[in-house]
Design a protein around this ligand. Structure first.
Ligand SMILES: [Zn+2]
Length: 479
């Protein structure tokens, strides 16, 4: 088997995976900030880490993955205050929503999904360690990390810190890219804001300290892999490194993996363009969970993903091709016997698929290996050279691929139903449609045209195309 190579942001190189604990890979993933539903750009990163963990398991590794949920920050505090409720109550809906969205996309739940507000004590203890080492200072009740005490600052994002003003500070969670300054570990309470009484004073944690404290609590002082979107590399991950390594004296993370941006129709997602979509927005427009999953995983994680309507159509067709192929393998009759050619062809596809994923999770090449196989075996079927005993072997290969891709289960309707987003057109079954058409025909015969028009409209609204034939019969199909 090909050695697994991953692109480490820290070294800017492909490196072999070498876990701290042989046989086990410990991964930390920056999770959602739960002040709203996560958007599809967020889910691009989460789909990537799902493929990563499924692939590692296919290679026999056990995976211990921790994902945080940021359930306290400026936006949450303000939104909860505006709604007149506590932050736990405010964030609960979005945490549940996030878990439901993950389920809809067949994202495996990380071994631990942990809330920041359940780990205040761990953060306080980590800040105390930094205080004892003289790496912090206090100003107006807030505690800051003094970046000048950590000379390696900038090593992940390659930010030049030479012109950085030390001793200056910013007092917001939403950092701008040019804020290369000391960052808050602990924030003094403001009037009317939620805060905790702790040994280091009243207040609430900064965003960065959360991830360091929770990652090290569950995964040890040196993690194998830390994943996140590329926009988190600076300052968030840079600050995680500074706090963690300054406190422990050990490398915090061996391999940093950053997923590139998702753009929409060639443009950056932004509020002003109104092109920020949640998963639910897409499902409400009629797109299937499996379509979205396919599109999000189809582009290797280090390449920018351009999310378009065309891409969705292609993704839907691609998923259908895979499902139809497996149906054909399971249900069609082939000439008796088995063919060494088919066997070899399948083994080659399996090897190509695995090698592609071992090459920094190259999902595009992995998918090509599958679709080439589908094409070749379909040709063999047409030429009658694919034989009956080849079918179970081919099904086994498709299921092996699907342990990582998770696209074959035809459960889109079920997933949408769970979210309450199954559209009415999906709800009309063929017998229901036939019954409506019969009723419409009867109404016409009675010359009740208002009623027959109503039924036609109902069918149209449900996405059914109705065609009246010359011989008086009626044909219909889903739009
Ligand atoms: Zn984080």
């Amino acid at each position: 088997m090909t050695e697994i190579q991953l692109h480490n942001t820290l070294t800017n190189r492909l490196e072999p995976l070498t876990p701290v604990h042989p046989g086990e890979v410990r991964i930390y993933t920056c999770g959602p900030t739960v002040y709203a539903f996560a958007h599809i750009g967020n889910f691009r990163t989460f789909v990537f880490q799902d493929i990563l963990r499924r692939f590692l398991r296919s290679r026999g590794y056990s995976v211990m993955q921790v994902m945080n949920v940021t359930d306290v920050d400026d936006r949450i505090i303000h939104a909860a205050a505006a709604a007149g409720i506590g932050i736990r109550e405010y964030t609960e809906k979005y945490i549940q929503g996030f878990l439901e969205d993950m389920d809809a996309l067949h994202l495996e739940a990380p071994e631990e999904v942990v809330r920041a507000t359940d780990h205040i004590e761990d953060m306080v203890a980590l800040i105390e360690r930094l205080q004892q080492k003289g790496l912090t200072y206090t100003s107006d009740g807030s505690i800051y990390f003094r970046i000048s005490k950590f000379p390696a600052y900038g090593k992940l994002s390659k930010i030049d810190v030479s012109g950085m003003k030390t001793g200056t500070r910013v007092d917001v969670d939403q950092y701008e890219k040019d804020d290369v300054r000391d960052f808050a570990l602990w924030k003094a309470p403001k009037a009317g804001e939620h805060f905790w009484e702790t040994r280091i004073g009243p207040g609430r944690p900064g965003w960065h300290i959360e991830c360091s404290a929770m990652a090290m609590k569950y995964l040890g002082e040196t993690l194998d892999i830390h994943t996140g979107g590329v926009d988190l590399a600076f300052p968030h991950h840079e600050n995680e490194i500074a706090q963690s390594e300054a406190a422990t004296g050990h490398p915090f993370v061996r391999t940093w993996l950053h997923a590139e941006h998702l753009i929409i129709d060639g443009q950056k997602m932004s509020k002003s363009l109104g092109n920020i979509y949640t998963l639910r927005d897409l499902f409400a427009k009629g797109h299937k969970p499996s379509t979205v999953r396919f599109l999000l995983l189809s582009v290797p994680y280090r390449r920018q993903l351009n999310f378009t309507e065309d891409g969705l159509t292609q993704a839907r067709n691609a998923v259908e091709r895979l499902r139809n192929f497996v149906d054909r393998l399971k249900n069609a009759q082939f000439p008796a016997g088995s063919s060494p050619e088919s066997h070899e062809r399948i083994e080659k596809a399996e090897a190509d698929f695995d090698a592609a994923l071992a090459d920094d999770i190259n999902t595009a090449v992995a998918l090509a290996a599958i679709f080439d196989l589908v094409r070749d075996l379909n040709t063999a079927v047409d030429q009658q050279t694919f034989l009956q005993q080849d079918a179970p072997r081919a099904v086994a290969a498709m299921e092996k691929f699907d342990a990582i891709l998770a696209l074959l289960a035809d459960d889109d309707d079920e997933k949408l139903q769970k979210l309450g987003l199954l559209r009415s057109r999906d709800r009309l079954s063929a017998p229901q449609i036939e019954a409506l058409i019969a009723e419409r025909t009867a109404a016409k015969r009675r010359r009740e045209f208002k009623r027959s028009d109503e039924i036609r409209q109902q069918l149209t609204d449900s996405g059914i195309l109705v065609e009246d034939m010359k011989d008086g019969s009626v044909r219909w199909k889903y739009k």
